[in-house]
Design a binder for this molecule. Structure first.
Ligand code: SIN
Ligand code: CO
Length: 405
């Protein structure tokens, strides 16, 4: 499966009217997007302006029941938070008080259902619940590299996380009960001081909508929003990842240095022209240049940088672990990626769960199809090379994928 270093990238096989994900055509109207095509949505709204979509998912049911959600919030491999809003506080400027508790939130820590103004949030529901993963998959008209997770919140009457903004795009899908959303551009980013949650001090909403089950609100980054439950309610948020320069540089450099092979023979600093120095503590300019050149050379390989990025983007989140599978791949079956598997590709490599494989030709095509579709049919598996089969067997063993019929 290893390919020559500079193999020619192939033209993509998927297109807007036939996405490789198996989703409907991207240039046709989608009811999920209120009759906009994904192409139009991306052009008009993505990162630009909000969109309210009535009945984006008619008849949607919560991907978990309230009881199942509370159960998940109590597990240590699930990220959860509980936010409880207290009384109006005291003093001249009476602000509501907020308390934040990090998970696991065991059942005895969850307030009474009749107590108003609290909310429980479970992050990464798609990793644990197939129905949540299915909801998230409908948003794969956005690159996987940008998708973060599906979060679910349960709120008692009046509950919410307070007026705030996020640094990422979000689709807020109402799945049970009603929630009143107030949204608006941020005029003043000041936060209420000394609060465990980020609450905008002077939020001035421009619009207000009550969302019912099936309704959805898209918000670009840095749009203020405040969602208050009207009676108990559940909301799913599809959140996106926003790579940030410092984090990208740090992660990519760590991976690059891990891959560095020592030179053989070692490339040692030499200074035959060094003169006798009157300033022994001064660092020689030649040594500085030697270091700059070595670092610049290590950064010069764009393929190594791209591989480091692919590995970083597919790295599973902390607290994610796979249940090992032991069986060899049975004959005549297809495969489906585990919901926790992150798989992506670029022109040279295939990336899965923080690792990379160089692939070209038919091997690359079938592995890219697996990444885009998250599954392969029995017929596709039947045609793979011995090398790809070995990779699939390994992933099966690691619990990264499973047999499917
Ligand atoms: C919530 O579901 O209560 C909060 C979601 C968000 O504001 O991003
Ligand atoms: Co938010």
């Amino acid at each position: 499966m290893k390919s020559p270093r500079h193999s020619q990238p192939r033209a993509p096989l998927a297109s807007a009217d036939q996405p490789a994900s198996g989703l409907p055509p991207l240039d046709q109207p989608w009811s999920l997007l209120g009759g906009l095509s994904p192409q139009t949505f991306m052009r008009r709204h993505w990162q630009k302006k909000p969109l309210l979509i009535r009945q984006a998912m008619p008849g949607v049911r919560p991907p978990v029941t309230r009881a199942e959600m509370f159960e998940l919030a109590g597990q240590d491999d699930v990220e959860s938070r509980l936010i409880v809003q207290g009384g109006k506080g005291s003093g001249k400027k009476a602000e509501p008080q907020w308390a934040l508790h990090h998970g696991p939130i065991t059942r005895n820590r969850v307030p009474k259902l009749t107590q108003p103004r609290w909310t429980l949030l479970v992050q990464g529901l798609d990793l644990h619940v197939p129905a949540a993963h299915d909801i998230l998959r409908q948003f794969r008209f956005v690159p996987d590299a940008r998708v973060d997770d599906l979060m679910i919140s349960y709120a008692s009457d009046g509950g919410g996380v307070g007026p705030h903004y996020d640094s990422y795009d979000v689709f807020l899908l109402q799945v049970h009960g009603c929630r009143r959303w107030r949204v608006g551009r941020i005029q003043d980013p000041a936060l209420v001081p000394d609060m465990p949650v980020k609450i905008l001090a002077n939020f001035e909403p421009e619009e207000e909508y009550v969302l019912e089950p099936g309704d959805m609100l898209y918000l670009p980054p840095r749009w203020g929003h405040d969602g208050i439950a009207e009676g108990e309610c559940m909301t799913c948020s599809v959140g996106f990842r926003v790579p940030e320069t410092t984090e990208l540089v740090r992660d990519v450099l760590v991976r690059l240095t891990e891959e560095l092979e020592p030179h053989d023979p070692p490339k040692l600093y030499r200074d035959p022209k060094q003169t006798a120095t009157p300033e022994p503590a001064r660092i020689p300019v030649d040594l500085q240049q030697f270091t700059l050149d070595a670092v610049a050379k290590a950064l010069q390989d764009p393929l190594a940088l791209k591989s480091a990025l692919g590995e970083m983007l597919t790295e599973p989140k902390p607290r994610v672990w796979f249940d090992l599978g032991a069986e060899p791949l049975p004959p005549g079956v297809g495969v489906v990626l585990d919901a926790k598997t992150r798989m992506m590709y670029d022109d040279q490599c295939i990336y899965a769960n923080g690792e990379s494989w160089r692939a070209a030709g038919a091997d690359a095509r079938v592995l890219r199809a697996l990444a885009d579709r998250r599954s392969l049919t029995a017929a596709q598996v039947g045609r793979v090379s011995d090398e790809v089969r070995a990779v699939l067997e390994q992933w099966l063993d690691d619990g990264w994928l499973h047999p499917s019929n």
